[in-house]
Design a protein around this ligand. Structure first.
Ligand code: ATP
Ligand code: MG
Length: 281
């Protein structure tokens, strides 16, 4: 089956105004997002995540390499059918109410007017805005704007959902709601490409993760494969007495092994990679 997204050797250069120099925002990136999975795209600020997403959406033209969405080139407008997108800094018409905004985006995505009203009610409830649907978007808080943005991305019931920092500015309860919603969407068979700095959320829900740094792919794989410490086995035993732990430790030492308290979260790995890059410069 063709993957939801297939990126091969992607390069994106930006011209620096008033200079002949170029900035390479994405540098030879290759990755595949399988259908029905949640894929996390991580990296420090400016590492090329949003640029990659914009190429996938056909909003930016690649300088090199290829990018396909459901087997079609992302330069082909039809590749965007069935794709929902929440931008990192969504800008919405301030004078529309949340409901009107969803009607507007529903119309743009070709949603039948007859079914739209019910769908909008469901979506407002899904994102926790059922009581604010008739208020103007200009009066929404930052977190509410993210939620209406998420509803907007879902309006046409897309197969692929691209979320660029959906939890930015959302409180912890709201972030947990969004996490549950993403899990729900995956259970419905949708594919989700998620860009987030909320590493605990990414670790909990993503099937695979790519970590970018200065446009390049630093690591890619399942969360488990990225966070496991190679060459180490661990046996977790809770509530050991000090004596028992000491005797296990001396037994391990006799075998040339070492007892430690291993644990590396995705966050630890991310910080290690980001620091390594900082040291290089
Ligand atoms: N339209 C543009 N013109 C020129 N440079 C750009 C443009 N868009 C992005 N860049 C540059 O490309 C690099 C990658 O930016 P990008 O927005 O993709 O990073 P990001 O990983 O999404 O960062 P963040 O976590 O801050 O959202 C940055 O150096 C940025 O300044
Ligand atoms: Mg970004």
């Amino acid at each position: 089956m063709t993957p939801a997204i297939a990126i091969e050797g992607l390069i994106k250069d930006f011209r620096i105004p008033a200079s002949k120099a170029r900035l390479r925002a994405v540098d030879n990136l290759s990755l595949t997002v399988e259908r029905g999975s949640i894929y996390g795209l991580l990296g420090p600020n400016g590492s090329g995540k949003s640029t990659t997403i914009k190429v996938v959406l056909g909003l930016l033209k690649a300088s090199g390499g290829t990018c396909e969405v459901f087997g079609k080139s992302s330069e082909d407008a039809s590749a965007r059918m069935g794709v929902g997108y929440l931008p990192e800094a969504p800008y919405f018409q301030r004078f529309l109410t949340g409901r009107e905004l969803l009607e507007y985006f529903g119309c743009l995505s070709g949603l039948e007017r007859s079914g739209a009203s019910k769908r909008i009610d469901q979506l407002l409830e899904k994102v926790g805005l059922e009581d604010a649907g008739d208020r103007r978007v200009g009066s929404y808080s930052k977190g509410m704007l993210q939620r209406i943005g998420l509803a907007q991305a879902l309006i046409a019931d897309p197969e692929l959902l691209i979320l660029d920092e959906p939890t930015a500015g959302v409180d912890p309860i709201g972030a947990a709601d969004i996490t549950s919603l993403i899990i729900e969407l995956k259970a419905e068979g949708k594919t989700i490409l998620l860009c987030s700095h909320l590493l605990s959320q990414v670790e909990a829900i993503c099937d695979r993760v790519a970590i970018m740094g200065r446009g390049r792919l630093l690591r890619e794989g399942t969360v488990a494969s990225l966070t496991e410490n190679a060459g180490q086995d661990s046996i977790r035993v809770d509530g050991l007495s000090k004596e028992t732990r000491n005797s296990i430790e001396s037994l391990a030492k006799e075998q040339g092994a070492r007892v430690s308290t291993p644990s590396r979260s995705l966050e630890d790995l991310f910080l290690e990679l980001a620091r390594d890059q900082g040291d290089e410069s």
